[in-house]
Design a protein around this ligand. Structure first.
Ligand code: URA
Length: 222
């Protein structure tokens, strides 16, 4: 399905166009679920940023607010960024998938997060590609496995690949190919997803690793 993606426009215009996206089934209630998401959750931050952070998909609070990373994972992420010395006003933050995928099997029941499939990531990729073309960052940070696979390909493993600087786009085809309108050489750094830090058995150690990876990003931007 072709998406309603305008070319050569601003992030604000992309965001507006994304509100009507029906590029996959996630804009509506999923089979077995009583409700669908509230809205497309596009991005936040500075469209002229030197660093772009890519998460997985909006969660429950993000879906209600229409803004990424405002819930518990977002709060942990903000704290880790501050500790690493990255100014959030100099960052652009988005997700691999722009709709909340969840299961709600009882009226007014809890909306239980479901990881997006590769098909959802692929369907949403034209938005991410358009965002990266407009922002044209020097550094891209993949937050967790879904973002890593979206940006690098199915071979990505967060345990193996986090905390390293990789050239981007990768040599295999992760769907980003060569884009003549991207002007800069880009480095990609992968790290754990803030939600994974919240779920870790040793939360303190996982948080320290996240901060160390973000300090690496801060050094690339220095
Ligand atoms: N997790 C994500 O990956 N993105 C959000 O916006 C919130 C939680």
């Amino acid at each position: 399905m072709s998406l309603p993606i305008p070319r050569g426009v601003s992030i604000d215009a992309l965001r507006t166009a994304s509100l009507s996206c029906q590029g996959c089934e996630l804009h509506q209630a999923q089979p077995g679920s009583l409700s669908g998401p509230t809205q497309t959750v596009f991005s936040k931050g500075n469209p002229a940023a030197r660093v772009v952070f890519v998460g997985e998909q909006p969660g429950d609070m993000e879906d209600r607010a229409g803004v990424p990373f405002v819930g518990p994972a977002g709060q942990l992420f903000d704290r880790a960024m501050a500790e690493a010395g990255i100014d959030p006003r100099q960052a652009y933050v988005t997700n691999s998938v722009k709709h909340f995928r969840f299961l709600q099997d009882r009226p007014n029941g809890r909306r239980i997060h479901k990881t997006p499939d590769a098909t959802h990531v692929e369907a949403c990729k034209p938005w991410l590609r358009a965002e990266l073309t407009i922002v044209d960052p020097e550094v891209i940070v993949a937050l967790g496995a879904t973002a890593g696979r979206a940006l690098v390909g199915p071979q990505f493993r967060v345990t193996r690949d986090r905390g390293k600087v990789m050239p981007w786009p990768p040599s295999g085809d992760a769907g980003f190919g060569s884009d003549p309108s991207r002007r800069r050489a880009v480095s990609l750094v992968a790290t754990s997803h803030p939600s994974a830090v919240l779920r870790a058995d040793n939360q303190e150690a996982a948080y320290k690793e996240l901060v160390a990876d973000l300090q690496l990003v801060a050094r690339l931007l220095a």
